[in-house]
Design a protein around this ligand. Structure first.
Ligand code: BDR
Ligand code: CA
Length: 333
């Protein structure tokens, strides 16, 4: 029995900031069914869908799981400094794979998402793990309003970024591209960040045989997840993808069991201005920069300066163990 599954271990208190979204939906259901986690709130950010659609989806998901005890609060309506880009193209017209879940039974929490984050972080100092799995607008708003949360949060496990190219374009991953200014605030806040990027998410795939296995058991959440996986499988086939990349669920998986990934400490900066690279997570793998100083008619290297890492970046993943964990938690639910 590992430490994370030990009966004695206290569940980890988490807040999921989400733009649901197909893989968000699976991540939320994984979290709600993980005894290792205590979900203190879902806060909704626009990204894959609009803020309104995202809130409706989050409420339908907690209703499906029978978890009206989890507060679900809306937040920002748009990114900090650019237009909202939504992704119904990938997630279906309702963001939930065009699956019509029953009308939500759970009501929305009236608090503003970033305020709820601040409130819970103060209520549970050094105990809350934030799991942002959409653009980081709400987290940046919370930090800007109350910078003291940076030293009171236990950890931030981010699904976002990449150290080997993007999915929106050659450079940028969707969550960072969706609000680069917000991501820059979050990565520079001085709190412990684990970055679970696109590149490891692309290695944590549910394959058709996994979906077929999950389709042999039933329950409202089990059946919904199977339908989402089939939708994503079919969509992916059109573009030559072999399996379903579990981006957001992997971030939740890492909060459940950090040993699912190996990480490397890196300095990560967010590109805000590049012609081709706005939204890129620029990661310094060596945490060193050359110091160039004026010399005669040129500059020359004088020294190597250390740069302090600001994130632990996931660089490998035990994909099969993660997929097994995901399926075990959702089976027959
Ligand atoms: C991320 O972007 C969204 O489309 C997904 O929900 C995930 O959070 C992957 O780049
Ligand atoms: Ca997401």
């Amino acid at each position: 029995m590992t430490a994370s599954t030990s009966a004695a271990a206290e569940p980890r208190k988490v807040i999921i900031d989400t733009d649901p979204g197909t893989d968000d939906a699976m991540a939320i259901l994984l979290a709600l069914n993980a005894p290792e986690l205590e979900v203190k709130a879902l806060t909704v950010v626009p990204g894959n869908v609009t803020a309104e659609q995202g809130l409706e989806n989050a409420l339908k998901l907690v209703s499906l799981a029978g978890r009206c005890d989890v507060p679900v609060a809306g937040g920002a309506k748009h990114p900090l400094a650019q237009k909202l880009v939504t992704a119904e193209f990938w997630h279906g017209s309702n963001g939930l794979a065009n699956i019509n879940l029953p009308t939500a039974r759970c009501p929305a929490d009236p608090r503003f998402g970033p305020d709820l984050i601040i409130e819970l972080v103060h209520q549970f100092p050094h105990q809350i793990t934030l799991i942002p799995i959409g653009p980081e607008t709400n987290i940046a708003l919370a930090l800007s309003k109350d910078p003291s949360i940076a030293s009171l949060v236990k950890e931030v496990v981010i699904m976002g970024g990449s150290i080997s190219g993007g999915n929106v374009n050659a450079a940028a991953e969707a969550n960072i591209y969706g609000d680069p200014e917000a991501a820059s605030i979050v990565f520079n806040a001085g709190w412990p960040i684990t970055m679970v990027g696109l590149d490891v998410g692309d290695r944590a795939q549910v394959m058709p045989h996994h979906t077929a296995e999950l389709a042999r058991t039933h329950g409202p959440e089990n059946d919904f997840v199977v339908s989402v996986l089939k939708f994503l499988e079919t969509l992916g086939e059109r573009y030559g993808f072999k399996g379903v990349s579990m981006y957001d669920p992997l971030a939740v998986g890492v909060a459940i069991d950090p040993t699912l990934v190996t990480t490397q400490a890196m300095r990560v900066d967010i590109e805000l201005h590049g012609q081709w690279t706005r939204g890129e997570t620029v990661a310094n793998r060596r945490n060193l920069v050359e110091r160039n100083v004026p010399y005669r008619d040129r500059l020359r290297i004088e020294a190597l300066d250390k740069v302090a890492p600001n994130a632990r970046v996931a660089v490998s993943v035990d994909a099969e163990r993660f997929v097994r964990l995901f399926m075990e938690r959702l089976r027959s639910k």
